[in-house]
Design a protein around this ligand. Structure first.
Ligand code: HEM
Length: 189
C-alpha cells in the first residue's frame, strides 16, 4: 500500500469552514441573526472560492478531473449496490456530482439569504430591484426551501462518505483532514 497527497490545503480548510459555517448558520438561524449572517457570508465566500478553485486549482480539485459521464456514475452505483465499490484517488463519480450539487445549492441558499437581508434594508442588495422582486416573505420562503434542500444533500453526502469509507476500507474523513489517501490495489485515478 502506498500513500498520495490528494487534497490541497485550500480544499481541506475550505471544506471544514464550509461544514462549520453551515452548521453555525443553521443553528443560529432563528435567534442569533448577527451570527447567522456572518456564518452565511463565510459559506458564500468559501463556495465562491471553491468554484473558482475548481477551474484553476490543483488537479484533484478541478471539476474536470472528477466530473465523469452519467454512465460512470451508474456503474459506480451498481458496484456500490453489489457492496464492492472501487476506491478513487479523488472524488468517486457519484461524489463528484454531489460536490457540484452541494456547491450550487449552498450558493443559492446564501444568495437568497442576502436577498432576504436586502428586503430588510441591509447588506449589498439593500434597496435593489432584486430584493424588491420577491419581497421579504417571498425571499424568506425561497431561502427556507433551499436550506431544506441543502440539509437533505448534506445528509446524503455524509451517509455517502460513511458508506464509501466502509466498503472501500478507506478513512475518507481523515483524508479530508490530512490531504493524504492510502492507495489500495483497486484504486482508480
Ligand atoms: C461530519 C461532517 C462531514 C464529513 C465527515 C465530511 C466528509 C467529507 C469527505 C471525506 C469529503 C471527500 C469525499 C471524497 O473523498 O470524495 C467531503 C467532500 C465535500 N464535502 Fe463534506 N463532510 C462533512 C460535512 C459537510 C458539510 C456540512 C458540507 C456542506 C455544507 C460538506 C460539503 C462538502 C463538499 C462541498 C465537498 C467537496 C470538497 C471539495 O472537493 O472541495 N461536507 N466531505
Amino acid at each position: 500500500m502506498n500513500t498520495i497527497k490528494v487534497w490541497d490545503p485550500f480544499v481541506r480548510i475550505g471544506h471544514w469552514l464550509l461544514a462549520g459555517g453551515f452548521l453555525v448558520a443553521y443553528l443560529s438561524g432563528d435567534e442569533w441573526m448577527d451570527i447567522h449572517i456572518w456564518a452565511g457570508y463565510l459559506v458564500f465566500g468559501v463556495v465562491v472560492f471553491r468554484i473558482m478553485w475548481g477551474a484553476v486549482g490543483t488537479p484533484p480539485a478541478r471539476f474536470r478531473s472528477f466530473l465523469r459521464p452519467i454512465s460512470a456514475v451508474k456503474r459506480h452505483m451498481l458496484q456500490l449496490l453489489r457492496l464492492n465499490p472501487p476506491a478513487y484517488a479523488g472524488h468517486n463519480p457519484a461524489g463528484g456530482w454531489m460536490v457540484v450539487a452541494l456547491l450550487l445549492t449552498l450558493l443559492l441558499v446564501t444568495l437568497s439569504g442576502i436577498a432576504t437581508l436586502g428586503t430588510e434594508g441591509a447588506g449589498p442588495l439593500a434597496g435593489t430591484a432584486i430584493a424588491a422582486f420577491l419581497g421579504e416573505e417571498g425571499w424568506e420562503e425561497v431561502h427556507e426551501v433551499l436550506t431544506n434542500l441543502a440539509l437533505v444533500l448534506v445528509a446524503v453526502h455524509i451517509a455517502g462518505v460513511a458508506v464509501e469509507s466502509f466498503f472501500t476500507g478507506e478513512n475518507l474523513p481523515k483524508s479530508m483532514v490530512t490531504g493524504i489517501k492510502e492507495i489500495h490495489t483497486r484504486e482508480k485515478s
